[in-house]
Design a protein around this ligand. Structure first.
Ligand code: G3P
Ligand code: CA
Length: 244
């Protein structure tokens, strides 16, 4: 059955990459959440998509230039200003704490393709071990050097190669870099890639799948998972397909 992963949480209805968005995804019945991590000046794992704070918070400048004690006081409500309670940038540790209350899978995207963030891989792996979440996490990145480093440090963890351009036989590429999965942009996916990946034991989870027609197609193809801003819509389609 195709698993439904909530992209940056249920980001269609709540501020992306916030606890509110992850809680909404879990309440909607999503199988997994996807989130992005950046590293602060003092080495904390902050859950935020952009290298800069400007788009999603009331702060400015690079995450890497802020200390966690200041960053954690910012507002991350951006396009949901009507939210009455304060909604801040969570740390990865806070999200892991919340995951104790449920069984959701967490796809951690290392946002280390613009800044390499030395030490980020070690910190993420240490936290996963601390919470015993080895079976509940997937580490993805557009930085495939980083993924191979994660594999060297922790071969038991699943890594997933993110990519946005057409790759030739991506399941072979995944095998070569010892990734257990590919996370392709939906624009690059076709029937052969889904079938061959699954046949070779490579999980395939396209992003960002917000069109109902594409969701239905991936579910009918038996794709491993899909990553969407609207897990409620995707779950309704999955229910309707499975009912037939
Ligand atoms: O992990 C899938 C997707 O989140 C990758 O792109 O830019 O939304 O982080 P982006
Ligand atoms: Ca992401």
């Amino acid at each position: 059955m195709t698993a439904i992963f909530a992209h940056r949480g249920f980001s269609a209805i709540a501020p992306e990459n916030t606890l509110a968005a992850f809680q909404a995804a879990e309440s909607a019945g999503a199988d997994g959440i996807e989130l992005d991590v950046q590293l602060t000046k003092d080495g904390r794992l902050a859950v935020i998509h952009d290298e800069k704070l400007n788009r999603t918070t009331n702060g400015q400048g690079y995450v890497k230039d802020w200390e966690w004690k200041d960053l954690s006081k910012l507002e991350a409500k951006y396009k949901f200003p009507e939210a009455t309670r304060a909604i801040g940038i969570p740390s990865l540790e806070e999200i892991f704490e919340w995951m104790r209350e449920n069984e959701i899978i967490c796809n951690i995207e290392l946002k280390n393709n613009e800044f390499p963030y030395p030490g980020m891989e070690e910190k993420v792996i240490r936290l996963i071990r601390q919470f015993n979440y080895e079976g509940r996490v997937i580490i993805s990145s557009f930085n495939h050097y980083s993924l191979t480093y994660v594999y060297q440090l922790a071969p038991d963890l699943e890594t997933a190669a993110l990519y946005s351009s057409h790759l030739y036989m991506p399941w072979k590429y995944a095998e070569a870099i010892r990734a257990g999965a590919i996370h392709p942009n939906i624009r690059t996916v076709n029937h052969n890639i889904i079938r061959s990946s699954i046949e070779h034991g490579i999980q395939i989870r396209p992003y960002t799948v917000n069109k109902e027609k594409q969701v239905r197609w991936l579910i009918e193809e038996g794709c491993s998972a899909l990553i969407t801003d609207d897990p409620k819509m995707a779950l309704e389609i999955r229910d309707s397909v499975l009912d037939v």
